[in-house]
Design a protein. Structure first.
Length: 229
């Protein structure tokens, strides 16, 4: 039988993380917060709270006791080593590209004829988080990994559908159809992934690979285990 003794802080961090990301998504509550704080201060405060709860969740998980589920095997470390370069490219490209559909720089300067990474998926940042969580869950067969990566991966995957639903309501069906033509939620399912190729995407991909190299180099110091060992 699994023992959850010592996981109280992880549970509290999970609850606060989900609350900080879910409650502001409620339309009436979001409108009230924006009216009270202003749009930009609201976005800054939301980002700070979200980041703080995520950091707390990771720290609490690292300090939780080890409870083995399927254990660690040397060959499984290759899963995140091979998956994370793609996740880092999606993350960097998603955060630095105009995107009217999901997380990123917003819709300004988005050109449906030259969508860049958006031709691969409308939600590159959320899919980066999903890939990160799935790859690390596979390689870490313990309870704290299941709680952290399972929760964050499932939350990110669910977020792709919630963002699509919200954007259709905000943009209207006609504008959504114009902007979203040739794109998809599921990566590489939009039918026009060739239009992703551009000089802008190339430097973003190189920057993503650089970020991967930095994280790989610092992984042992930051998280107590190097994937290369």
């Amino acid at each position: 039988m699994l023992s959850f003794e010592g996981f109280g802080e992880v549970g509290a961090a999970l609850v606060l993380f989900f609350a900080s990301h879910s409650l502001p998504a409620l339309p009436r509550l979001r409108a009230r917060l924006i009216a009270a704080l202003g749009h930009r201060p609201y976005l800054i405060l939301h980002s700070l709270i979200g980041t703080a709860t995520l950091v707390w969740l990771i720290v609490a998980t690292l300090e939780a006791p080890y409870v083995e589920l399927w254990g660690f095997h040397q060959w499984t470390r290759w899963v995140p080593l091979l998956v994370m370069p793609f996740a880092c490219i999606l993350l960097v490209a998603g955060l630095t590209s105009p995107n009217p559909f999901s997380l990123g720089m917003g819709a300004r300067n988005f050109d449906p004829a030259r969508p860049g990474v958006i031709a691969i998926t409308r939600h590159p940042v959320l899919w980066a988080a999903t890939l990160w969580a799935a790859a690390h869950l596979f390689a870490n067969g313990e309870l704290r990994a299941l709680l952290l990566f399972g929760a964050l991966g499932g939350f990110s995957l669910m977020g792709t559908r919630l963002f699509d639903r919200r954007r259709v309501q905000q943009l209207g069906a006609a504008e959504w159809g114009r902007l979203a033509a040739g794109t998809s939620n599921l990566p590489f399912a939009g039918g026009q992934t060739g239009s992703a190729a551009s000089p802008g995407l190339l430097w973003r991909a190189l920057l993503g690979l650089l970020a991967y190299g930095v994280v790989l180099y610092l992984h042992g110091d930051l998280f107590g285990r190097s994937p290369l060992d």
